[in-house]
Write a protein that binds this ligand. Structure first.
Ligand code: EPU
Length: 450
């Protein structure tokens, strides 16, 4: 398991561009299972989660070819409908094949995803939605088996104890495209990734209106065909880069920045004293160029994570790292995943002053963080540790970089381009979380620039 060595203190400056969205790409790729025609994608990020989804599609009878950020999928064999445990366990989002397979093949077997590093993540709402469309669902040997000769339209309330569900909405909306009659999803997730999925499905011949609002209406059709789609920019990656610039008092220009999808985040940043300015107002604010600069003194804030358009849970950890440098006490409340705080003890090891009570953390600003060996067990928590390392004094070693490779394409290359002192260290050079650079020839250190 590779690690990052970061020597903090460099001010980030320069220009970077945001890749396509991972969380949009996964259900978009799963939607290819709704047709036997070719579906082509552009701006697909080069990430291990995308590779895993490609493998899953191949196991399910698709041919998948990739050329840089272009990806083409064509389903050639529709006889297999089993998403096995070894794939689902490495990537929970595999569950988004459930709706498309059920709708197209009449039967699907998907291993039940377990909990994840930040707590219980049930899929009861996905199943309730598919049952409302007429699926018969049972659990056998840890697998969900869903069957339906032909789904039928229904009115479905998809709200749960934590609000809407993103992949649940994706599953039900995708399945309903091939159902007989009209489906209404009430309290649908409003996330931009759902809108992106609806754009592709409509291009394939579906009839979906209202995506991006809490009520989505789908008029079922008999068949879907091929299409070409450009994946939206990744709002979480974009937000992470903006916070990285702020952490280092930097001056960074970010292209393909989905400003319109990050208003809750730029609002918090602006209260902190970080300015995210669109440089050319004639550009579409869903993908535009912004400049990020910060005032020297950062103000404390209070924010709560919420479903879109609220502050995204996927940027909570990164914002916490930034608030460690504010001049006062900030309050962060996590309303989507109340246990999503694995970064708290690790940031504390770097000198952060954090007090957690249930789903709330008080961040007491400090004048400095100090480098330390740290590790986290999920993607966004790991990202917050990298950000903290960029601003900390001395060396920070962030272990288990494979978490970051799931969601940030060549993170170290992007940060290096902005002037960060960050190096990837190969697995065999790390013992007990620390690099053993003195005892091995320098050439054995792996620097990944691709
Ligand atoms: N929930 C239920 N029942 C369900 C489904 C969800 O109670 O059937 C609860 C969850 O436990 C959670 C809340 O509803 O408290 C929202 O979960 P949601 O279903 O929206 O999450 P998801 O669709 O599984 C996606 C992203 C996550 C992101 C969440 C919330 C993908 C592949 N994943 O997950 O992204 O945190 O939405 O915005 O789109 C990440 O990228 O690091 C990541 C974890």
């Amino acid at each position: 398991m590779d690690a990052f060595s970061i020597h903090g203190g460099q001010r980030l400056t320069g220009t970077i561009s945001v890749d396509g969205s991972k969380n949009a790409s996964l259900p978009l790729l799963a939607a290819s299972l709704l047709t036997n025609q070719q579906v082509s994608y552009d701006c697909v990020p080069v990430l291990s989660d995308i590779t895993n989804m490609g493998r899953l599609l191949e196991e399910l009878g698709s041919t998948v070819s990739r050329d840089g950020e272009k990806l083409t999928v064509r389903t050639v064999n529709e006889s297999k409908s089993h998403a096995r445990y070894d794939i689902v366990r490495t990537m929970r989002a595999s569950v988004c094949v459930l709706g498309p397979l059920l709708a197209r093949r009449g039967e699907v077997r998907v291993s039940m995803p377990g909990g994840c590093a930040f707590g219980d993540r049930p899929i009861d709402l996905h199943l309730r939605g598919l049952e409302a469309l007429g699926a018969k669902i049972e659990l056998e040997g840890g697998d969900i088996i869903a069957r339906a000769e032909r789904l039928h339209g229904a009115t479905i309330f998809l709200g749960g104890p934590f609000g809407s569900t993103v992949l649940g909405t994706a599953n039900v909306m995708s399945a309903a495209t091939l159902a007989k009659g009209k489906t209404i999803i009430e309290q649908a997730a409003c996330e931009p990734e759902i809108t992106d999925l609806a754009i592709l499905l409509n291009a394939m011949g579906a009839n979906i209106t209202g995506a991006g609002t809490p009520r989505i209406t789908i008029e079922g059709v008999d068949e879907l065909g091929g299409a070409t789609h450009t994946v939206m920019p990744d709002r979480i990656v974009a937000g992470t880069w903006a916070i990285a610039a702020a952490m280092t008092n930097g001056d960074v220009v970010i292209d393909r920045f989905p400003l319109d999808h990050l208003l809750a985040v730029t609002d918090v940043l602006s209260s902190v004293g970080v300015h995210v300015q669109q440089t050319d107002t004639s550009q579409d604010p869903k993908s535009c160029t912004v400049q990020v600069v910060s005032d020297r003194s950062l103000q404390p804030v209070m924010f709560t994570t919420q479903p879109y358009p609220g502050f995204p849970t996927d940027l909570q950890a990164q914002m916490m790292a930034l608030l460690c440098f504010s001049t006062g006490n900030s309050i962060i409340t996590e309303k989507i995943y109340p246990e999503r705080f694995m970064h708290v003890p690790e940031l504390s090891r770097m000198g952060a002053k954090l007090v957690r009570q249930g789903s709330t953390v008080m961040v007491q600003g400090v004048s400095r963080l100090v480098g330390a060996p740290v590790m986290a067990s999920d993607l966004r928590a790991s990202a917050s540790l990298v950000l903290a390392g960029l601003a900390a004094e001395g060396e920070t070693i962030v272990s288990r970089v494979y978490h970051l490779d799931r969601g940030y394409a060549a993170m170290e290359t992007v940060l290096k381009k902005l002037g960060a002192n960050i190096t990837r260290i190969a697995d065999e050079q790390i013992v007990d979380g620390l690099p053993v650079v003195e005892t091995v020839p320098a050439k054995k250190l792996v620097q990944t620039d691709s």
